[in-house]
Design a protein around this ligand. Structure first.
Ligand code: ZN
Ligand code: ZN
Length: 323
């Protein structure tokens, strides 16, 4: 496995969670992300021990480093919710996710910070802090919760760097916390990333307000929503409003590219996963090892391409974060 860049996509767990490492490997991912269960419902069945073992065996067989894999919380949970029932369900989902990640040998659970539903940021924060603290206290393993910056949607929590910084400060047990930086969300929330000066500015703010020591995972997405639009719509790398020039500068920042880079980009007629992964290596100016090129070629030539392109289900799964 290459030590140059850890970059990959969010892959499906269709047919069994232990299929995810195969999908990541054949796409030439050197890092990847999964949902550990159906992200669109509250219901789930328990993760079976033999499934978890099979998953871990595959990670090892393919040579995935522990820090190159992340799970993403399902969509429905809202840990900032003022509604007691939703809050409870969300809290249970977080506990379950931490537990599952531990069993799968995955070190990171990326969470969205939810919505205060009009009750104000303070009220939202109280719930969120309590949920994260209680979950960490209850599930005593080595999994980190990564707070992901949001896109500035109405009532959203964690759309500003200041908001994230306050959360990191407020949560005890914060040695089990980290940050996931999403480029599309930041851009849509008003942090410009379109050119060198803009990227430097945004990174300077990130360092000053949050601090790069917290950064563990990068969600690299272009944005189909305009600058500061407050909307969460992902786009292929370079084809959105951030654009190739922006990503070239983002990907030259060593504080960014030393972490796993996860793409949550669409899969459609214009481009699919392998195309976006190749684009990242290109824009980062890093020569991919031949073994990766071979896998990309094989994938692009195979039947799997039409599976990746066509299936409605796959496309839906890929629309991660676009609530
Ligand atoms: Zn994201
Ligand atoms: Zn998103």
């Amino acid at each position: 496995m290459s030590r140059h860049l850890r970059v990959g996509v969010h892959v499906s767990i269709g047919g069994g969670i232990y299929n995810a490492p195969d999908r990541a490997y054949e796409r030439g991912c050197t890092a990847f992300q999964i949902f550990t269960r159906n992200p669109r419902g509250w219901k789930y069945s328990d993760l079976k021990d033999d499934e978890a073992i099979k998953f871990r065996e595959k990670l090892e067989a393919y040579g995935y480093e522990r820090e190159s894999v992340a799970t993403h919380m399902p969509y429905l949970p809202n840990l900032s919710s003022p509604d007691e029932r939703i809050y409870r369900l969300s809290f249970e989902a977080l506990i379950n996710e931490l537990d599952r990640a531990g069993k799968l040998g995955i070190p990171y659970v990326v969470i969205h910070l939810g919505s205060h539903m009009g009750k104000g940021i303070e009220a939202g924060r109280r719930n969120l802090v309590r949920a994260v603290e209680d979950a960490l206290a209850k599930v005593d393993n080595d999994v980190l919760i990564l707070l992901e910056n949001m896109a500035g949607q109405r009532n959203s929590m964690g759309s500003t760097f200041e908001d994230i910084a306050v959360l990191l400060d407020s949560i005890s047990l914060n040695d089990r916390l980290g940050v996931c930086f999403d480029t599309a969300h930041a851009f849509s929330a008003g942090y410009d990333l379109r050119n060198r000066e803009a990227v430097e500015n945004t990174m300077k703010k990130f360092e000053k307000i949050i601090g790069f020591k917290w950064l563990k995972v990068v969600h690299l997405n272009d944005s189909r929503a305009e600058y500061a639009a407050g909307r969460d719509i992902h786009e292929h790398i370079g084809l959105g409003y951030i654009g190739e020039e922006g990503f070239r500068h983002i990907l030259r920042d060593t504080r960014i590219i030393r972490h796993p880079i996860i793409l949550e980009t669409p899969v459609d007629d214009r481009r699919e996963d392998v195309g976006n992964i190749m684009k990242v290596w290109e824009l980062a100016g890093v020569e991919p090892p031949e073994e990766l090129r071979i896998r990309w070629r094989a994938f692009l030539a195979s039947e799997k391409r039409s599976y990746a392109k066509g299936g409605k289900k796959t496309r839906k799964m890929k629309k991660i974060g676009n609530k």
